[in-house]
Design a protein around this ligand. Structure first.
Ligand code: MTE
Ligand code: MO
Length: 523
């Protein structure tokens, strides 16, 4: 409609999130979204774009790039961006806000997978050298930008808790810290996509998602208040729920940038479940990337349920309707390439997992046998391996098996006594379950024959072509190599599957097959 007015971008900016009449720009058009905000399915988050272009947000929430959404928006058209502010018919690039402008600085040794949003894995050395991952090296998985809460604004931060009957109660951070006993839990967070790249390579089939190697997992001590204490204070009958008589079946967590997920009520109120509303990580305030000022910590469950920048908890008879609960973080059969999302349950407790995170090649061990009696023991290559093992649901790791000859023979790795406490001191591992990983070490003198055999068979026959997880493998095929592999077993005697092919799923979730690394020697 050429009759409609033209607005300078400076005019649009006056209609930001705090204005009574928020406006947005889409392409070169201006919309007054005042009446849309209350009806927007994603809620208030749309205001993040108010006063500027909505397009960079729709590049993140691609679900909006849809005629249905364009039709809704069309109802609110009030004019066009002034020609003076357009370049090639669109607002000039420098006029468009970058949603990630406020993201925090990150440690350069994190291995970045995507910058916007920020996704980065913990480097291998940091995975095994310390029991508690330092905050700045803890892996980062963000679906969107990092909400900005200044320390001054943290006083004004409120968490809203809503019961099934709709009654709500609000808590400031100060309320949480002063009204409830603090509680510490040492727990791993592991992304459902950890080792997805191994599944892709091992199965030879593509998977849809960030191609993480073994670093989308970390361990920290979290401090906060128990979710069940807060629910009880908000009026929820925890004792009733314990006997299964409550209407509330799920606890929804929503973050400030619109991410949301839920957990079953059973976990939320389990007196041994240790579900936290955490404000501290390894003795420091939560870093912005990890949810400042408040996040849920759901030990033993997939990290997708540990919602960062948490500002809303809702009890409900059904699961969260968010895409992260209903349309992701599920697994299907290796044959299922068109899936019925509703047919599979959301991932909650994690299966058993382990990985090799460090390989150190030592020198050659020369013949140490009794040569006098003609018993010559082959020279061997010294190899030291380090890694982690973890299982969900609070199950402890009872054993880590390592093979240094492609799976023909196995022996047990040494499990570090990280949770034992030294010299009678209390365990540094807080909480009621085995929520932390077990670090392990393994030293082997791999006989030269193993490497020779590997050379003969190309190093892959015994383990199946393409099953080797490390990237260097292919380039080493002309060298003398052997495959080392690891698998862990938890206290229910569940163990990891042998092949990625067997558990392949189109999203590449829960890649837990034996981790294989090809080690090559300069023989
Ligand atoms: N919470 C919010 N608000 N936004 C997110 O993008 N990502 C989830 C979860 N909680 C996410 C979130 C996923 S998929 C993972 S794996 C963990 O946070 C990652 O937590 P971390 O970045 O602290 O390691
Ligand atoms: Mo994740």
């Amino acid at each position: 409609d050429p009759e409609l007015p033209r607005f300078r971008i400076s005019e649009v900016r006056k209609h930001g999130a705090d204005s009574e009449t928020p406006w947005v720009i889409h392409e070169d058009k201006v919309y007054d979204i005042t009446d849309w905000v209350p009806a927007h399915p994603g809620g208030q988050v749309i205001l993040r774009a108010a006063g500027g272009s909505i397009d960079p947000y729709w590049n993140i929430f691609t679900i909006h790039k849809n005629q249905y959404v364009y039709d809704i928006l069309a109802q609110y058209l009030i004019g066009y961006v002034d020609q003076a502010d357009l370049v090639d018919g669109r607002p000039a690039q420098n006029e468009i806000e970058d949603p990630f402008d406020d993201d925090p600085q990150r440690d350069p040794s994190l291995i970045t997978k995507t910058a916007k949003p920020r996704n980065a894995e913990t480097p291998g050395e940091a995975l095994s050298s310390q029991f508690l991952t330092p905050n700045e090296l803890f892996y980062v998985r963000n679906h969107m930008w990092v909400p900005k809460i200044d320390e001054s604004a943290a006083d004004k931060f409120v968490l809203t808790v809503e019961l099934v009957d709709g009654t709500t109660k609000q808590y400031t951070l100060h309320d949480l810290k002063s009204k409830f006993p603090s509680h510490a839990v040492t727990a791993v967070l592991q992304c459902s996509g950890n080792r997805r790249k191994h599944m892709t390579q091992g199965s030879g089939r593509s998977t849809n998602g960030l191609q993480w190697t073994a670093g989308a997992i970390s361990n920290a001590t979290w401090e906060g208040v128990l979710l069940s204490d807060v629910l009880a204070d908000a009026g929820f009958e925890v004792s009733q729920a314990l006997t299964g008589e409550s209407e509330a079946k799920h606890v929804h967590f929503a973050g400030l940038e619109a991410y949301a997920a839920s957990i079953p009520i059973k976990k939320a109120i389990d007196p041994q479940g240790d579900v936290l509303l955490a404000y501290s990580m390894n003795g420091k305030p939560l870093p912005r990337d990890h949810g400042y000022p408040l996040r849920s910590i759901v030990p033993g469950h997939v990290a997708a349920r540990s919602v960062k920048w948490l500002n809303q908890i809702t009890l409900s008879d059904e699961e969260s309707t968010s895409q992260w609960q209903r349309r992701d973080y599920k697994c299907f059969g290796p044959n299922e390439t068109k899936v019925d999302w509703d047919a599979a349950p959301a991932i909650q407790e994690l299966p058993v997992q382990s990985a090799i995170t460090e390989v150190k090649m030592g020198g050659w061990t020369k013949a140490v046998g009794d040569t006098a009696r003609g018993q010559v023991i082959e020279p061997a290559q010294n190899v030291t391996l380090a890694g982690y093992a973890f299982s969900g649901g609070g199950h402890s790791i009872i054993r880590v098996d390592v093979s240094a000859d492609g799976g023909k023979s196995w022996s047990q790795a040494y499990l570090l006594p990280d949770c034992d406490g030294k010299d009678g001191s209390p365990s540094p591992c807080q909480g009621n379950g085995a929520w932390s990983w077990k670090r392990w070490r393994y030293e082997a003198a791999i006989p030269l024959t193993a490497f020779r055999e590997a050379e003969k068979t190309g190093g892959s026959e015994q383990v199946g072509a393409g099953e080797v997880d490390n990237e260097q493998a292919a380039t080493h095929s002309d060298k003398k190599c052997t495959t080392v592999m690891v698998k862990a077993t938890d206290d229910t005697y569940n163990t990891q599957p042998e092949s990625h092919a067997a558990t392949w799923n189109l999203r590449g979730n829960l890649a837990t097959a034996w981790h294989r690394i090809q080690v090559c020697a300069d023989c």
